[in-house]
Write a protein that binds this ligand. Structure first.
Ligand code: PNS
Length: 161
């Protein structure tokens, strides 16, 4: 079985993430969305809430799973029996960091390949931090967030103001 891991903080999941997951679900037997739980930065949303938002946004996709991970990404891949790290590339600005990560992960685990999907043009500007910022400042996030979770993300953001 060809399994890809799509790692991230997903704080919260955006339409850009969902676009990558949908496209990857057509390429791989299974896509495991790995939710990072040990980031040094304090997330806006609890890990259980971030995972719940991803599950609900991807419910229509039969071969997508959500799991938590901490520590090294390559160790999580081993646990999930996966050989592919999936990343979305938005712009050249993502490239240097992602290229470095891909090389580090290759050093740590030569069996693992990092596969980049270019983001769809309409999402090249989009990131979770942009969504958090707009939400915090009272702007409209409806075009950035999956429809299934929009009301709950808005409510949670209002509660955090
Ligand atoms: O959504 P993010 O916060 O940009 O995702 C970053 C993530 C989770 C992909 C990255 O921080 C990561 O892979 N963390 C795990 C630690 C690790 O294995 N680092 C690579 C070796 S230094």
């Amino acid at each position: 079985m060809n399994i890809a891991v799509y790692p991230g903080s997903f704080d919260p999941i955006t339409n850009g993430h969902l676009d990558i997951i949908r496209r990857a679900a057509k390429l791989y037997d299974k896509v495991v969305v790995g939710v990072l739980t040990n980031a040094s930065k304090q997330p806006m949303f609890e890990k259980s809430q971030r995972a719940d938002f991803i599950r609900r946004s991807t419910a229509a996709l039969g071969n997508v799973e959500v799991a938590f991970f901490e520590g090294l990404l390559v160790d999580f891949l081993k646990k999930e029996n996966a050989k592919v790290i999936l990343k979305g590339l938005r712009a050249t600005s993502d490239f240097e960091y992602e290229f470095q990560m891909a090389l580090v992960n290759k050093q740590l685990c030569p069996d693992v390949e990092t596969v980049f999907l270019s983001s769809s043009a309409k999402y090249t500007f989009l990131s979770s931090s942009v969504v958090r910022e707009i939400g915090r400042l009272g702007g409209d996030i409806s075009m950035f967030i999956p429809a299934e979770i929009l009301d709950d993300v808005k409510t949670a953001m209002t509660a955090k103001k």
